[in-house]
Design a protein around this ligand. Sequence first.
Ligand code: SER
Length: 581
Amino acid sequence: MPSSSLIPSDSSVLLTTAGMQQFKPYYTGKADALKDFGSVNVTSAQKCFRTSDIESVGDDTHLTFFEMLGNFSFTVSSEASSEGGAGYFKKEAIKLAYEFVVDILGVSPERIYVTVFGGDHEVPEDKESFNIWHKDMGISAHRIKKCGRGDNFWGPTGAEGPCGPTTEIYVASTAALANDSKGVEIWNIVFNEYYSKIDKTLDKLSQPGVDTGMGLERLATVLQGVPNVFETDLFHPLVSKIREVSDNIDERIVRILADHLRAVIFLVADGLLPSNKEAGYILRRLLRRILVYEIKYDIHADLFPLAIEVVGNNFGGDYPEVNNKKLIAGVLSEEKSKFEKALANGLKEIEKYKEITAKDAFYIYETFGLPFELLGELVPVKVKNLKKEDFEQEFKKHQEISRAGLEKKFGGHGLVMDTGELKVSSEEEMEKVIRLHTATHLLQRALRDALGPSAHQMGSDITAERARFDFSFNRKLTEEEIKKIEDAVNEVIGKDLPVYFKEMPKEEAIMTGALFFFKEKYPDVVKVYFVGPAGGAGGEPYSAEFCGGPHVANTFKIGKIKISKQESVGSGVRRIRISLV
Ligand code: SER
């Protein structure tokens, strides 16, 4: 089977972390491998990404993106009712693995040791695997280690799914080291005997299966006799390119750059775009770390195009998507220019602090787009007392505040929310209303750009279907003006500008030039919502308005809008309707 995309169809995981992921339904009987693949046994080389290993990258073996070889059997039934219908289980899986490593790849048995599951309160010791290794494969007992849950139990990927005890193959560089259990794990053989439910309790699967995973980079390390994954031919071309363009940088940094560059290229090649959410945020973190290192270590070369070239040449034959060099370069360079502007502004902000608290870190993240993790790289001294948990707490608090804001229920109206401006009668409508709400801020700016500052908001009313926007102006708009305004709004949406607010004293807010209703009475401290700056950080915001929210976090979330109608509502006041398309 070909590798599935790094962006999985299983929505309970952000990225593809294992070869078995695309096969989850075949273990549970939800899908039929015999029908779909013509066999209940398959193999694959799968592109994988492990967020959990980001912090370990830089050592000899850990990577974020890697290729995993695997063989899978979806049923243990050996009744070969039809061709391809017979699966295999522990005995065959172990035998296949051992023969492959020793006979095919030529690894000396002296260098090998293995681990098996030692059992705990819930899952019994895997005596069967121990015996197969010992009796059938002839591995001496001291080369078979028994380990617990943390090491020898795998899965599920995501919130629920197949999982089970594992047996793992390690290879050491010498026989003596193998005796001391000092080697590299190259192959994980999982016996999917259980289904882990959402509440983490285990059900026995009616039909257990086999799932194996062998890291290609680690295997290459062993076979090529090199000290670490970065010296294999999978990495060497990229690593030497990085060394060539950078002077005297620490080996660990070279490795991190090589790992992250390769990872971002593969992620973008699969269609992922940097963003502030979920998988897009993981990509953004990697990208921004690369950019911070470029600055911090004074690397003057632009690493993106160099890496795109090397990775394309190295992997394009097996993964044609990385040959999309132009497209990948476009995404990476856009993120680069976005970040450079944000960084300049963020650094200026950071200068103001002697020590950065969790609250400050959240503000810096929200306003300047500097991920928490990068503060440690940029200003280690200022964050030396700042814990990740505290930042996460702050993040959560913020999410809760915005959620609480949304859940204000208004008695009697049957509305979930009615701010006078926004009317929402169900949670489903909420999202559309919020998108339209931000769109009205963009609309006001576009109107004023097209018609002059006499155009000023007089009122608005937003439901999930449309936004009504009333503004002062004394004639009908021409078709061209409508088109120009609509285009301007959509163009700004496409720039994916950040939307954020600051609370400040009313007088100060007025001084910022933010728009507000002349007639309305505001409290002493007001919230001002900003969109932009349009030209990246450093410039004027595209829009600034006194407003209570809520808004989307980035303009791109609005999607596309159209102006569906214009009409007059009394002297000097016109009404425009916009809707999402
Ligand atoms: N699913 C297991 C792993 O990812 C074996 O393939 O390690």
